[in-house]
Design a binder for this molecule. Structure first.
Ligand SMILES: Nc1ncnc2c1ncn2[C@@H]1O[C@H](COP(=O)(O)OP(=O)(O)OP(=O)(O)O)[C@@H](O)[C@H]1O
Ligand code: SF4
Ligand SMILES: [Mg+2]
Length: 326
């Protein structure tokens, strides 16, 4: 049994302009000690899926129309809110992009870290402070003991993101969902924070879901990847295989848009066109208006997730035409 299994999840938003179908039948699995990267352009439904898993979706306007979210053997969608709240924080935690707006500006980081232990474990103020220092050391904040009384704005962006990671780790959760955890940081700091996250994940044997729109950032740390487009998963594969030979034209397009160190002078070819409006997703294969390989059948028949190999799948009718696959 997997740590987390999302099955055929459908999420929609009821807006004034109509029903936005943000997540349209997403399934994925994460095991303990495993890292799943979820990749896709803006608006593809990565965060909404994660919010549904965490139980922090805006309902309304959001609505979970169908699906199951099975965590440690229980369907979270069938649990009462009080149960879910217990799971949140202690068994699963989330790290967001923007540490500055997630941390309270008027409380010291030591207080905010310590609060986890006071509230959840009844620790005394002194104990909580000691645990906060330990956590700060764990995420390698220099001079943790001297800095435990500092406020969030006194830390650099990278250090603040480490504090967010410390906060998520505090209660030793079994699953961490990191939603674009390094997007706001500059490139060298990005790599350090990602490295730290991967190391802690191995140490604690946690499941990790890494949401990103930048494959370059996660390629070294993820085990497997799910690529999302217009609320669906269009390709899943072990990260190295996907990198070597994508089995979906959309993935190919994403890969072609990252500069690669091993291919000097490589042309940056972003995918043409825009992601579709979720109020009006193109019929059949949603990618067809932008796909260089599209044919008439792509506008009439929705491609299922075809099995490419034991651990790979592609939602393209013509995946066999992709070079070097499987
Ligand atoms: N609170 C909301 N109200 C209405 N629609 C929403 C809401 N949250 C999300 N959506 C819709 O769901 C779509 C998918 O959003 P989501 O945040 O999951 O995208 P994403 O893949 O995480 O993109 P990004 O890379 O920009 O973070 C959005 O384009 C939006 O139309
Ligand atoms: S099904 Fe057709 S439109 Fe969709 S990705 Fe494959 S070739 Fe392109
Ligand atoms: Mg998002």
């Amino acid at each position: 049994m997997s740590l987390l299994e999302v099955r055929d999840l459908h999420v929609e938003f009821h807006t004034r302009d109509g029903v936005a179908k943000a997540v349209n039948g997403v399934s994925y699995e994460v095991d303990s000690g495993e890292t799943l990267a979820v990749l896709g352009e803006s608006g593809s439904g990565k965060s909404v899926t994660a919010q549904a898993v965490m139980g922090i979706l805006d309902i309304p306007p959001g609505r979970i129309a169908a699906g199951e979210i099975v965590f440690q053997g229980r369907d979270l969608l069938k649990l009462p809110e009080a149960e879910r709240r217990k799971i949140r924080g202690s068994k699963m935690a989330m790290i967001f992009q923007d540490a500055l707006s997630s941390l309270n500006p008027v409380l010291t980081v030591g207080y905010q870290l310590g609060e986890m232990f006071r509230v959840h474990q009844g620790a005394s103020r002194k104990e909580a402070r000691e645990r906060a220092v330990e956590l700060m050391e764990r995420v390698r904040i220099p001079a943790a003991r001297e800095r435990v009384g500092d406020y969030p704005h006194q830390f650099s962006g990278g250090m603040r993101q480490r504090i967010m990671i410390a906060m998520a780790l505090a209660l030793e959760p079994d699953l961490i969902i990191a939603d674009e955890p390094t997007t706001a940081l500059d490139v060298t700091v990005q790599a350090q924070v990602m490295e730290l996250l991967a190391e802690l994940q191995r140490e604690f044997n946690m499941g990790l879901i890494l949401i990103t729109h930048d494959l370059g950032v996660v390629a070294d740390v993820a085990d497997k990847i799910a690529v999302m487009y217009a609320g669906r998963i269009v390709e899943t594969a072990p990260v190295k295989e996907l990198y070597r030979a994508p089995a979906h034209p959309y993935t190919r397009g994403l890969l072609d848009s990252i500069p690669r160190l091993d291919q000097k002078g490589h042309q940056l070819s972003a995918i043409k066109g825009m992601p579709p409006s979720l109020l009006e997703i193109p019929p059949a294969c949603a990618f067809n208006p932008r796909c260089p390989m599209a044919r008439p059948v792509c506008r009439t028949d929705e491609p299922p997730l075809y099995e490419v190999s034991e651990d790979r799948a592609s939602a393209c009718h013509f995946w066999k035409e992709m070079p070097d696959v499987p």
